[in-house]
Write a protein that binds this ligand. Structure first.
Ligand code: NAD
Ligand code: TYD
Length: 351
């Protein structure tokens, strides 16, 4: 089987590529990535020589390129992760999210349909990896997002992902495309680009810079270790039912401020600093526009039907993550040079 994985040079994609290349030596893994600021082939240094791995650079928003790639490579299955993924960037440049997340997804759906439909869909899968943010924002009650929760996206990022989810389901209902979908909570772990909260905070604590906490730090997110998301994707890809959606989460809700305080303590412990040193770098800054208050995901469907569950506790995952960033200074230095500094200057100016 030849699987096209899109966005394989990004954070989650690189963990999915590694898992599939090493666990399934009989599969051919084709990694398609545009190598935007978030894509980094250094994430895949350890698998790039594997005989069942190949990288192709290209833009999913370019219809001609996508059509030619499908004609030339004829993948049997697609695992689609390529996306613009950062809410703050979607607030300043929404059109980039429409192009990649909406148009890019429709280009892939069309190409897969035209390649597979003539010979019948048997043996083919189009798996779309999505986010819990499409469900909107919860308040601080016991409610959680289930697969039946109505979509209510509120940021340009989540609106573009919700749109792509709708297109994926439309291709199933209209053309019979054998799709699978999953909606996952916030991931953390190695290779996470340091614009998202956890890697941004680790990078700033490492370099003695303030850690920006939006608003009062009351917002709640559910955090899942990235390698556990990759095993969930493996489970859905192989055992999920065509046409179905699976919610994936860590059963691990944290208020941002509490999370940052815990992270500060882990960094102090790992770097031998006096307890409380890092917490002094916490800085409350202007809130994000339209900031969703709480995300919480009910993962009982994937747990009960596919037997998946997270393998590490948050404390274990966070310790592994901090260790990784402390040991991979070169990776951090590469991704935080040049354009990253311009982005940071603009994003946190006056905050
Ligand atoms: P990321 O930003 O780290 O990586 C995205 C990858 O897609 C990069 O390698 C980038 O180069 C590539 N890409 C972007 N635009 C492209 C284009 N036009 N053509 C080809 N490649 C392009 O993102 P991530 O955090 O790894 O997220 C991967 C997927 O998982 C996304 O679809 C995201 O919506 C979803 N997701 C992420 C999280 C999370 O917490 N990070 C949670 C749930 C779902
Ligand atoms: P983020 O990692 O951007 O993920 P998402 O917005 O997709 O959930 O942010 C996680 C939470 O942390 C979110 O509530 C916004 C908040 N946050 C900060 O407080 N400071 C920051 O500098 C960033 C990037 C995020």
């Amino acid at each position: 089987m030849k699987i096209l994985i899109t966005g394989g040079a990004g954070f989650i994609g690189s963990h999915v590529v590694r898992l599939f290349v090493t666990k399934y030596p009989n599969y051919q893994i084709l990694n398609l990535d545009a190598l935007t600021y978030a894509g980094n082939l250094e994430n895949l240094r350890d698998v790039k020589q594997a005989p069942n791995y190949k990288f192709v650079k290209g833009d999913i928003a370019d219809q001609n390129f996508v059509d030619q790639l499908f004609a030339h490579e004829a993948p049997d299955a697609v695992i689609h992760l390529a996306a613009e993924s950062h809410v703050d960037r979607s607030i300043t440049d929404p059109m980039a999210f429409v192009k990649t997340n909406v148009i890019g997804t429709v280009n892939l759906l069309n190409a897969a349909r035209h390649l597979w439909q003539p010979g019948g869909y048997a043996g083919h899968v189009f798996y779309h990896v999505s986010t819990d943010e499409v469900y909107g924002s919860l308040d601080f009650g016991p409610e959680m997002f289930t697969e039946e929760t109505a979509y209510d996206p509120r940021s340009p990022y989540s609106a573009s992902k919700a749109s792509s989810d709708h297109f994926v389901r439309a291709w199933h209902h209209t053309y019979g495309l054998p799709i699978k979908l999953s909606n996952c909570s916030n991931n953390y772990g190695p290779n996470h680009f340091p614009e998202k909260l956890i890697p941004l905070a680790i990078h700033r604590l490492r370099t003695g810079q303030p850690v920006p906490v939006y608003g009062k730090g009351e917002n709640v997110r559910d955090w899942l270790f990235v390698k556990d998301h990759a095993t969930a994707i493996d489970a859905v890809f192989h055992r999920g039912k065509p046409g179905e959606t699976y919610n994936i989460g860590g059963v691990n809700e944290w208020q941002n401020l509490k999370l940052i305080e815990l992270l500060c303590d882990v960094v102090d412990e790992k770097t031998g600093q006096a307890p409380g040193t890092s917490r002094q770098l916490i800085k409350f800054v202007t809130d994000r526009a339209g900031h969703d208050m709480r995300y919480a995901i009910d993962s009982s469907k994937i747990m009960n039907e596919l037997g998946w569950k997270p393998s590490v506790t948050f404390e274990q995952g966070l310790a592994q993550t901090v260790d990784w960033y402390l040991e991979n200074e070169e990776w951090l230095n590469h991704v935080t040079s040049g354009a990253y500094q311009d982005y940071n200057a603009k994003q946190y100016a006056g905050r």
